[in-house]
Write a protein that binds this ligand. Structure first.
Ligand code: 6PG
Length: 470
């Protein structure tokens, strides 16, 4: 009996996906570069299951029924290329390769062409939800060969998280559409995480609140419009007591955030296609600045700031803080979805943003009750340029923008950085301004470089000899 599905790479995600797939009634063949891990997996977790251990790629390919369906769960970048280089020649026309890692979309395009040249089917597929999601139901964002998706759709629908509007998996379009959607998912993830970190900082340093008190605030937020996985885990993190010291563990963690690249790629691509994603970008830069721990420690001694305390009524500030966080989180989704809209237009993917919102409703890291509203907005207006233009987001802006302004202003007065909130406010303020000061920038460009400009009162392209006029 040949296995129905193959998995290459048995790190935690690969192992849990194998268990998930088997649990849904499919037989699975697995292979890992180091045989020891395969043996251990079979002994400890996969005993008695329809999981076939393979100790070479040849053996894996041999043990699969045709057309073969092989999922790669190996590190993005060179390790993925190294496996594909060996795997591709072993496969036969019509077999399907799925890359389930966080691959860069340009790599996915290249690998897809290579697969196509060999008569193989290829799907660049983002899988979100961490190790828990992999085991119990992730969100699956696929792109590439549609015929490939058709081969695997039934399996994906069974292993994916079951959301309020169906299984959280979809085919998003040709080429790298799937990996691109996952990359922007991660960009939004970065921005929401940064926003919650800023709220924590304001409460901790600005209001001198304890971790338990802050956990209560996040807990309250999670009951309402901000209800989401990231708010939920933030409450849990703040409540977690370090068994060694008896103090909140979060306060023992080094304040240097790492990154594997997806947020950075999301921002790089936003710049390439000329789409405004400043809140996502600021979240990436915030991680970059956090990494300068030694420099920051020195600079703290040299560069003075104001008194850290946020004066005034605590409850009033917390109420404002809710509005500020809510609008910033909406801005993160708004920018990410706008980026997807622009990328899709540029690359001809025909991406359905209401479907993106549906797939993000469960299983993934940015799942939140907001996505129900976001889906509705895009169902009503598929070409919606920016979330804030649709209800209920327009009203949310109207209701909370003054709170966001107060929080940002007071954070600045207290010297507490809030780059995500600040950028969200600036972004919407710029977007809702019919006449920006870019006329002056055009004049400057024309002054020093004869770059020309257009006028508001007549047609044509103009250049002025500014010095002669002055
Ligand atoms: C997910 C996560 C997942 C992973 C990120 C973390 O959707 O399940 O986004 O892909 O946790 O790669 O990214 P950083 O290491 O860059 O924070």
């Amino acid at each position: 009996m040949k296995a129905e599905f193959g998995i290459i790479g048995l790190a935690t995600m690969g192992q849990n996906l194998a268990l998930n797939v088997e649990d849904k009634g499919f037989s699975v063949a697995v292979y890992n570069r180091t045989a020891e891990r395969t043996r251990k997996f079979l002994e400890e977790k996969a005993k008695g299951r329809r999981i076939v251990p393979c100790y070479s790629l040849e053996e894996l390919v041999e043990s699969l029924s045709r057309p073969r369906k092989v999922l790669l769960m190996v590190k993005a970048g060179e390790p993925t290329d190294a496996v594909l280089e060996k795997l591709f020649p072993l496969l036969e026309r019509g077999d399907l390769v799925i890359d389930g890692g966080n691959a860069h979309y340009a790599d996915t395009e290249r690998r897809l062409r290579e697969a196509e040249g060999r008569g193989l089917l290829y799907l660049g597929t983002g899988i979100s939800g961490g190790e828990y999601g992999a085991l119990h139901g992730p969100a699956i964002m696929a792109g590439g060969h549609r015929e490939g998706y058709e081969l695997i759709e039934g399996l994906f629908q069974k292993i994916a998280a079951q959301g309020p509007e169906g299984p959280c998996c979809a085919y998003f379009g040709p080429g790298s559409a799937g990996h691109y959607v996952k990359m922007v998912h991660n960009g939004i993830e970065y921005a929401v995480m940064e926003t919650l970190a800023e709220a924590y900082d304001l409460m901790k340093r600005g209001l001198s609140m304890s971790c338990a008190e802050m956990a209560d605030v996040f807990g309250r937020w999670n009951q309402g419009e901000l209800s989401s996985y990231l708010v939920e885990i933030t409450e849990k993190i703040l409540r977690y007591v370090d068994p060694e010291t008896g103090e909140p563990l979060v306060e023992k963690i080094l304040d240097t955030a790492q990154q594997k690249g997806t947020g950075k790629w999301s921002t790089q691509s936003a710049l390439d296609i000329g789409t405004p994603a400043p809140t996502i970008a600021m979240a990436v830069f915030a991680r970059v600045i956090s990494a300068l721990k030694a420099e920051r420690t020195e600079a703290e001694k040299l560069l003075p700031g104001p008194e850290l305390h946020l004066h005034g009524d605590r409850e009033e500030f917390l109420s404002d803080l809710f509005g500020a966080v809510y609008l910033t989180v909406i801005a993160a989704y708004a920018q990410g979805l706008r980026q997807l809209r622009d990328a899709s237009a540029e690359r001809g993917w025909g991406l359905d943003l209401s479907e993106v919102a549906r797939v993000w409703m469960a299983g993934c890291i940015i799942r939140s009750s907001l996505l129900v509203l976001i889906r509705k907005a895009f169902l009503e207006q598929p070409d919606l340029p920016l979330l804030f233009l649709a209800e209920p987001f327009r009203s949310a802006w109207e209701k909370h923008h003054v709170a966001l302004r107060r929080v940002v202003a007071r954070a600045h007065e207290a010297g507490i950085p809030v780059p995500a909130m600040d950028s969200a406010l600036d972004f919407v303020d710029a977007y809702r301004t019919a006449r920006l000061p870019a006329n002056l920038i055009q004049a400057q460009r024309d002054f020093f470089g004869a770059h020309t400009y257009q006028r508001v009162d007549k047609e044509g392209t103009f250049h002025t000899d500014w010095e002669a006029v002055a």
